[in-house]
Ligand binder design. Structure first.
Ligand code: FE2
Length: 443
């Protein structure tokens, strides 16, 4: 067997310079190499953009329908070994090699010997060039050199037109489209499943294709919807238990959860953030469970010890929720809803740089609800009065002005919803400072 006339660097350059599409050039080059090396098969596998898979891009000898659809990971098969180790691999009897993998769809069951070399351009791996023979063959050093030289000529063609689609003959384009249509909904489904498993129960796949994947997507979304409803209902039950300790704060946590959610929506936050605001609002005062009734329900002014005790409720709340695996945004709300941007809040005296939007929103919702709700020692303020006080606090750098501005725009709608629900209380006027004097009920 003589292959000595095979190597001719000019030949591949000529094939590449014909003005053909890259797919056609690559097809001609593989045919030319197969002929020159007297091999039964010559194939070019290209490294996909993920750089962990190879795809068959051109072949003489394997089934044509495999072009664009036969994919293998770098850890698979002998072609994968060439790409993984970036060196030529020659095997006389492939079945005896530990890395041999038989790809039934390509029709390579008859093939005995394998020679593969990496396609490298400017030091970057582009793919693998492979020849295979039906008769067992020991590839000589010069044959390995020839294929390596050919690969050096082919690699620039590959990197020049890197987009894989360009290598796929028109007949294979439909197969690519089918493959994409399958993988895209699956990717959406996988992304949603990962989000739910990380605790974001608001994630949905939104896959609605008219096939089994669509059924799977709809079922997954229904399951996530049910889980989310159960989760919110459980948190809501807990919030009701908190509010039930003090009849004058009945419904406070639910309203703060709702108002935080609506403020976030008005501010254009994404759905997962809105759910964090609702859950955080519902749970923001959970630490009050750990405050004794004589302090929590005291109608008059709190003394210093009592005030210090009640100011522990955000810290106690975090301790209670320590093992609940809640999103950090929810914990930021529970721990930070009494912190103020100018550092005058509690329990840590954090300031603007330490406070994310979540506790800032819930702080405003909490203050607004407390100000506008009747208490045993005072009547609730009108919405207008409460908004004026909050705006003064915003101008004074105490609360977030953007959140208060959003509340000013949204308050009328919120109040009509609130009165529709029959929870609006009577109005009265008392200064914010005076309310603060009384203890924790406002700030
Ligand atoms: Fe609180």
């Amino acid at each position: 067997m003589s292959t000595t006339n095979f190597y001719d660097v000019e030949e591949i350059a000529k094939l590449a310079g014909n003005g053909d599409k890259p797919a056609e050039t690559l097809g001609k080059v593989t045919a030319w190499i197969a002929r020159g090396l007297q091999a039964d098969v010559c194939s070019a596998y290209l490294l996909e953009p993920d750089r962990v898979h190879l795809v068959l891009a051109a072949t003489l000898g394997l089934r044509r329908e495999c072009v664009g659809t036969l994919r293998l990971a770098l850890h698979e098969g002998l072609a994968g070994l060439v790409a993984e180790q970036v060196r030529p691999v020659a095997v006389e009897r492939v079945q005896t090699h530990p890395r041999f993998k038989y790809f039934q769809e390509s029709g390579e069951e008859r093939l005995q010997s394998f020679l593969g070399v990496p396609l490298i351009d400017c030091g970057v791996l582009q793919g693998v060039l492979v020849v295979q023979t039906e008769a067992p063959r020991v590839f000589s050093e010069s044959e390995i050199e020839m294929l390596t030289e050919a690969a050096a000529q082919v690699a620039p063609i590959v990197s020049e037109a890197r987009t894989l689609d360009k290598f796929i003959a028109p007949a294979q384009e439909k197969l690519w489209a089918v493959a994409r249509n399958l993988t895209s909904p699956l990717s959406q489904l996988v992304a949603a499943a990962r989000s739910v498993s990380r605790g974001d129960l608001s994630a949905r796949s939104n896959v609605r294709t008219a096939d089994e994947i669509g059924v799977l997507g709809a079922s997954f979304d229904a399951m996530a919807e049910r889980l989310e409803r159960q989760h919110i209902a459980t948190i809501g039950a807990l919030a009701s238990a908190i509010d039930a300790r003090d009849p004058y704060t009945a419904g406070h946590s639910v309203r703060v959860g709702d108002l935080s959610y609506e403020l976030g929506r008005e501010m254009g936050l994404p759905r997962p953030s809105l759910q964090h605001l609702r859950v955080g609002g519902l749970l923001h005062d959970i630490g009050k469970i750990g405050i004794r009734d004589t302090v929590l329900l005291k109608p008059g002014k709190l003394d210093d010890d009592e005030r210090r005790l009640i100011e522990q409720h955000p810290t106690i709340g975090l301790r209670i929720l320590e093992w609940a695996e809640l999103p950090k945004e929810v914990l930021e709300i529970v721990g930070g809803h009494h912190e103020r941007l100018d550092g005058t809040g509690y329990p840590l005296g954090l300031s603007a740089d330490d406070l994310t939007l979540f506790p800032r929103i819930t702080a405003v919702a909490d203050m607004y609800d407390a100000l506008t709700t009747d208490r045993p020692y005072r009547r609730g303020l009108s919405p207008q009065e409460a908004l004026r006080m909050l705006w003064r606090d915003a101008e004074g750098g105490i609360v977030d002005p953007e959140v208060v501005a959003t509340l000013r725009r949204f308050a009328r709608h919120w109040e009509s919803r609130r009165s529709g629900a029959g929870t609006r209380t009577s109005n009265g006027i008392e200064s914010l400072e005076a309310l603060r004097e009384r203890g924790d009920q406002v700030a």
